[in-house]
Design a protein around this ligand. Structure first.
Ligand SMILES: Nc1nc2c(ncn2[C@@H]2O[C@H](COP(=O)(O)OP(=O)(O)OP(=O)(O)O)[C@@H](O)[C@H]2O)c(=O)[nH]1
Ligand SMILES: [Mg+2]
Length: 457
């Protein structure tokens, strides 16, 4: 497994927190220490580690948490912060069929360019493209033969000219040949060693200018750890880098440092290499990667669970509701901001609970688009006080908005049901009782505390 040691430490931290009966401040402190130790042990830069763990500390005791078990929330926090640390996914390389597509690999000597060319060629070949591998390396002894051998292994044609010493000439001529042979993608290898570094960079810049690649990918040796940052920065200054491939993540303890350093350079990581064989290669997806690292393969469902339970409440909305002021615009805005009645139900239960009228149980989202049209055909007076909308007016609104009469009726039914429900709800709150029919939910005091949390009413 890639970053095995880091994975094991993080997995342990997650297991510890899962086992605890209660997640309190001490538990969070212990967790943070474990995470810090794990990341520093993987050569992640100290500043990045502290920034990340500080974010976890700040958020972990979030008082808004009601329904979510704090454990899940904290695990999701770690997950999100690790994703931030490892960066997002770069936009996919756009391959235009029937056009010249060139991917140029650059990087210092021994970083794994030539090996990665073969891996990348295999990856794109499996997607149905006709691939050419091309070398412009005139410095490494046997560079052409190395790529030729690897190409043979995966069944793609190798281009290059071991007798030519001018890399630019090779790049132009061999690319032309590869295009004439009907290849879809030409993956170009470059030199890693040179007379001097300046010359190498100059050569890269000219090859870029001549071949106009779809993307330039920097190949970085993962065993460099956080030092990878300097390399990424240096290449980003001279070439138009599109993404990074981090190699040799097998068997290095510094992988976390290399990945986070590349992410910090703001060039996204596209693939990772974890072995010498052509199959030791995978697309880098931070979310999936972090899931594996944390030992939670079904991280998506955990994330979803927490997101669904997180309640983002508009204080303005609650304020209006508490004052019993409620118009058609409010109904529309509220349903729009909370999107689903499910969420709305959650808010109401936090405020003291209650039976949601049947009319409100329908998916609000489905109605919103229709309602918007209807509301646009109404006067402000009608929206503020829908009682004044009589039959003839309803008919005219239906014609004016091009909607069915039944849509207007349904909207008004929902409005009335909601208004009635809120009136009853407010009465019960005044009496200090919860809503009938919802045993176990907080009564008036619970609601009052909740309102206090929301701020000035
Ligand atoms: N363990 C491991 N070894 C790798 C990986 N990728 C490349 N290597 C090895 O690293 C060494 C250098 O790889 P090359 O592909 O020749 O590197 P290069 O960047 O082309 O080097 P130059 O052509 O000299 O600039 C080889 O022995 C590879 O087998 C990897 O992901 N894991
Ligand atoms: Mg090479």
């Amino acid at each position: 497994m890639v970053l095995e040691k880091l994975g094991r430490s993080l997995d342990n931290a997650i297991r510890t927190i899962r086992r605890l009966p209660k997640v309190d401040k001490d538990a969070i402190d212990a967790l943070i220490q474990q995470i810090q130790r794990a990341l520093l042990g993987s050569d992640v830069k100290v500043e990045l580690v502290f920034e990340m763990t500080e974010n976890i500390r700040k958020e972990a005791m979030n008082t808004k948490l009601q329904k979510v078990r704090r454990k899940d929330f904290v695990i999701k926090l770690i997950h999100d912060e690790l994703i931030k640390l490892l960066g997002g996914k770069p936009a996919p390389i756009r391959i235009k069929t029937g056009k010249k597509n060139v991917i140029l690999l650059v990087g210092i000597q021994g970083s794994g360019k030539t090996t990665t060319i073969a891996k990348l060629a295999k990856y794109y070949k499996s997607k149905g493209y006709k691939i050419a591998a091309l070398t412009t390396d005139t410095w490494r002894p046997g560079a052409y033969e190395q790529l030729e051998q690897l190409s043979e292994q995966i069944g793609v044609k190798c281009y290059g000219n071991p007798n030519e010493k001018n890399a630019i000439k090779i790049a132009i001529q061999e690319t032309k040949k590869a295009i004439n042979d009907g290849n879809d993608i030409i993956i170009v290898d470059t030199a890693g060693r040179h007379k001097e570094e300046k010359e190498l960079m100059k050569e890269m810049a000219i090859i870029e200018q001549k071949l106009k690649p779809n993307e330039i990918i920097l190949v970085i040796d993962g065993t460099l750890g956080q030092q990878a940052f300097n390399q990424a920065e240096a290449f980003a200054q001279t070439t138009n880098l599109g993404s990074i491939i981090v190699t040799k993540l097998d068997g290095t303890a510094k992988g976390g440092g290399a990945l986070s350093a590349c992410a910090a350079s703001n060039v996204g990581i596209r693939f990772i290499g974890m072995g010498e064989k052509v199959d030791d290669f995978e697309e880098f997806e931070s979310s999936k990667f972090v899931g594996t690292l944390l030992g939670i393969p079904d991280i998506e469902s955990l994330v979803q669970k927490v997101q669904e339970a997180e309640v983002d409440i508009e204080p303005e909305m609650v304020k209006r509701m508490m004052h019993g002021k409620f118009t058609l615009d409010d109904l529309y805005l509220q349903l729009k901001s909370i999107k689903k009645v499910g969420k709305f139900k959650q808010i109401l239960s936090m405020m003291g609970g209650g039976n949601i009228p049947d009319a409100l149980k329908e998916d609000a989202e489905a109605n919103l688009a229709k309602w918007e049209v209807v509301l646009n055909s109404m006067t402000q007076q009608e929206k503020d006080n829908p009682k004044i909308i009589k039959k003839t007016r309803k008919r005219r609104i239906a014609i004016g908005s091009g909607t069915q009469y039944s849509v207007i009726n349904k909207m008004l039914d929902q409005y009335n049901a909601m208004k009635k429900f809120m009136k009853r709800f407010l009465q019960m709150q005044k009496k200090g009782k919860g809503m009938p029919g919802m045993p176990g939910l907080p009564g008036g005091k619970g609601a009052a505390d909740f309102m206090k949390k929301l701020g000035k009413f």
